[in-house]
Design a protein around this ligand. Structure first.
Ligand code: DQA
Length: 145
């Protein structure tokens, strides 16, 4: 039996982890996050397909691809979280198709600037993990199993 694939998707500016506001996001790079995610996924009997994009349309295409592949999704939408109805609608396609989608954040947006307090994705996500740095991604994977 082949291990189920989980799409682990990160949005804009997350490719800059490690040097981007380390006091907020920590010193782990995205490569560190992806390595830890792949190891944890393997431990849980999953295969993680890890990707990052700065482009809204590409992220939406990947969410559609997850639906077509029948894959669950761990998603850090970055700033799209706060205003992208297009990303939200694509997330709704995932969850209404019967797949799970966990929204993750390295920081805790609720403890930051006012504009970060709104997530347009959260109402259509299966669940939400925020504030634990790289561990947020690993907790999301555990939640899926
Ligand atoms: C973030 C939080 C967002 O508000 C921000 O725009 C990001 C990263 C996080 O992981 O903490 O790019 O999603």
């Amino acid at each position: 039996m082949t291990a189920p694939t989980v799409f682990v998707l990160s949005g804009p500016n997350l490719g800059r982890l490690g040097t981007r506001e380390p006091e907020v996001y920590g010193s782990d790079t995205l490569a560190d996050v992806h390595d830890a995610v792949r190891r944890e996924a393997e431990h849980l009997g999953l295969v993680a397909d890890c990707r990052q994009t700065n482009h809204e349309g590409e992220l939406i295409d990947w969410l559609h691809e997850a639906v077509d592949a029948g894959a669950d999704v761990v998603l850090n939408p970055g700033a799209f979280t706060h205003y992208s109805y297009a990303v939200r609608d694509a997330c709704a396609i995932v969850t209404t198709s019967g797949r799970s989608l966990v929204e993750v954040h390295l920081s805790n947006p609720a403890a930051r600037e006012e504009f970060r307090h709104t997530s347009v994705v959260a109402p259509v996500a299966t669940g939400y993990v925020a504030g634990f740095g790289l561990q947020s991604y690993l907790l999301a994977l555990r939640a899926l199993v």
